[in-house]
Design a protein around this ligand. Structure first.
Ligand code: TRP
Length: 335
């Protein structure tokens, strides 16, 4: 039997998931998990979360929420492995080992670090060293299960590039050990925010959450920014600069999409009308996810923990084996 390709991706536990997470990545995770030629690992990067969040109760709550989100968007936990980063202590060992092969300058150059550092400094907060070594932990996440494919958004590409470099460096010094992980960004899309900013973001007030009710979706969309030049009902609009049309392109399709495009250009339909169509289609995407989620919630509070126990055990077995081999090759086995 041909060896399956190992797919790995993670998501930080920082609050509710939104439509941007779903369309940008998670929908793709679900498709990958249904592909027989792939062995998928999806985890919650709760150790990475500690670089920016400190409330233990929040971190625990968000973790469980993400487990429910993963399953309700269509990842079957009996096929893909869903686990918490903190369930695999060997990943932290691997982080140290890989850190000894990582130039500090490479870490200081990371856009993610520079951005976070500037923001923390501007607020007068300390810049913790976890922010600097964040990509080494991420490389350990990837190399631990010897992942071949890593589906992540654009902002994470420099981190995956570091994981590739570390895999190459390790293989050169200590002999063939890791496959070189490939980025899998084919289907990844950037989902615009409701406020006209480039991206729907977790921390901003510009998101549609996966848990939003139909009424909330309608309300949020009705307030969202549109083509600023289209002020009156009879002004023709320019869909190419309109936020709402950008969302339509990701969500609507066929004749309806063509009608929205044409209707806006000719002022045949107004912004309210266009937004109603978008809201209806968003609600159609969210309803089955919310229904599935409600069924999972009915299983009780322990359900996400059972999934994490089971997934953690599976992931740990595989990762621990790699780390033992790495320690041995580096001359620091467990005596
Ligand atoms: N840093 C990623 C993010 O914020 C999450 C993550 C952590 C990850 N480790 C990973 C993604 C390993 C892919 C592979 O989105």
């Amino acid at each position: 039997m041909k060896k399956k390709e190992v797919v790995l991706s993670g998501i930080r536990a920082t609050g509710k998931l939104h439509l941007g997470n779903y369309l940008g990545a998670m929908k793709f995770f679900a498709q990958l998990s249904q592909d027989d030629s792939k062995e998928c690992f999806f985890f919650i990067a709760n150790l990475h979360t500690l670089t920016t969040k400190t409330d233990p109760d929040d971190i625990k709550r968000d973790l469980k929420e993400i487990v429910l989100d993963y399953i309700s968007i269509g990842i079957d936990p009996s096929i893909a492995t869903i686990f918490a980063q903190s369930s695999v202590p060997e990943t932290c060992e691997l982080t140290w080992l890989l850190g000894c092969l990582t130039p500090v300058a490479d870490l200081e150059r990371m856009p993610h670090f520079k951005d976070k550092k500037d923001k923390k400094e501007a607020l007068g907060e300390i810049v913790n060293s976890g922010l600097l070594t964040y990509p080494v932990l991420m490389a350990a996440d990837i190399l631990g299960p010897r992942a071949n494919l890593v589906p992540v958004g654009e902002d994470q590409h420099p981190h995956v590039e570091l994981a590739r470099e570390l895999a190459r460096r390790f293989n050169t010094i200590y002999g063939e050990t890791f496959p070189i992980p490939e980025l899998l960004s084919g289907e990844a899309v950037r989902v615009p925010g409701l406020d006209g900013s480039g991206k729907m973001g977790k921390s901003d007030y510009n998101t549609i959450d996966l848990s939003d009710s139909p009424e909330t979706v309608i309300k949020k969309i009705s307030k969202a920014v549109t083509d600023p030049a289209r002020q009156r009902r009879n002004d023709p609009g320019d869909p190419s600069v309109c936020n709402i049309y950008a969302l339509h392109m990701l969500i609507s399709s066929g004749q309806e999409l063509a009608q929205v495009l044409e209707g806006c250009r000719t002022a045949d339909i107004g912004c309210m009308n266009c937004k109603e169509i978008l809201s209806k289609n968003i609600v159609n995407i969210l309803s089955p996810i919310q229904q599935k989620r409600a069924e999972l919630v009915d299983k009780g509070l322990d359900f996400p923990l059972e999934i994490l126990n089971d997934g953690g055990e599976r992931a740990r077995k595989i990762i621990a084996e790699t780390v033992e081999e790495v320690k041995d090759k580096m001359g620091v086995p467990m005596y």
